[in-house]
Design a protein around this ligand. Structure first.
Ligand code: ADP
Ligand code: MG
Length: 251
């Protein structure tokens, strides 16, 4: 049998004595959309931090395309094909939309002497342009980032993640703070990106998750309590129990 695209085995993460992730295991196929859901504090962002190299796991292992990533430094993750959307605060508001993406492309190229090579400078521009086109921001490339609306800023964060040309893209609450219209645009963007990428997303909007995801993982107190298709997870009695009484509702 060939290696799975991504396999996490027994991932645990502690903060002092607190157990944020507890023995999380899952295997992922390429080019699928998987949603990670669970109540606040369930460990969703911690899982993404571990998967993107921001935090090392306290226990367990990550294998990506046949390579053991356990203990790999964060900057290597982007080079290996794993990227996540940045928090909105990492956008340079005074720089143009294009400059924001270009800076990110440049940061990936620190090992080369890019300043002496015009071809490489052009390549950085092309990469930035491609990332902006992928998120539908080409027309705004010269505008300052601060002039973008909230939804477009989130799209810009995704463009910044895309310059690494990731095969695995992690999106942590991409529609947070969005109204229905911006959410619809973001869903359309995620669907387009999912055509040739593997996407993991943390989300709270259940209708969106059910329509968009091939698979849903449910975390609760750091443990994986369900893993299946949207229909399977919706019918799961433990998932229903966990979500009962949650203000954002379920299904
Ligand atoms: P979620 O994204 O599901 O809301 P998180 O993964 O952010 O949850 O957090 C899970 C738990 O781990 C929470 O109780 C949170 O307070 C704790 N936690 C997360 N990151 C840290 C950290 N860097 N230091 C200490 N505790 C943390
Ligand atoms: Mg979170």
């Amino acid at each position: 049998m060939s290696e799975p695209f991504l396999e996490i085995s027994g991932i645990g993460r502690r903060f002092s004595g607190f157990v944020a992730l507890d023995g999380v295991s899952a295997v992922f196929q390429p080019n699928r959309v998987t949603a990670v859901i669970g109540p606040n504090g369930a460990g969703k962002s911690t899982l993404f931090n571990v998967l993107s190299g921001v935090l090392p796991p306290s226990s367990g292992s990550i294998r990506f395309k046949g390579r053991d990533l356990t203990g790999t430094k964060q900057h290597r993750f982007a080079h290996l094909g794993i990227a996540r959307s940045y928090q909105i605060t990492t956008i340079f508001q005074a720089l143009s939309v294009h400059e924001n993406v270009r800076v990110a492309a440049q940061a990936l190229r620190t090992r080369y002497d890019i300043w002496r090579d015009r071809r490489r400078l052009r390549e950085l521009d092309d990469r930035a342009d491609a990332a902006l086109a992928a998120v539908g921001l080409s027309a705004r490339r010269h505008d300052p980032a601060r002039s973008l609306g909230h939804g477009q800023q989130r799209a810009l964060e995704i463009a910044i993640a895309l310059v690494a040309e990731p095969e695995l893209l992690l999106l942590d609450e991409p529609t947070a703070g969005m109204g229905p219209e911006e959410t619809r645009d973001m869903v359309g963007l995620i669907e387009r990106l999912a055509a040739d990428r593997t996407i993991l997303l943390v989300e709270h909007k259940m209708k969106m998750i059910l329509g968009l995801s091939d698979r849903i993982l449910v975390l609760h107190h750091g443990r994986l309590i369900a893993d299946g298709t949207p229909a399977q997870v919706q019918a799961d009695p433990e998932v229903r129990r966990v979500y009962l009484g949650q203000s954002h509702g379920y299904a």
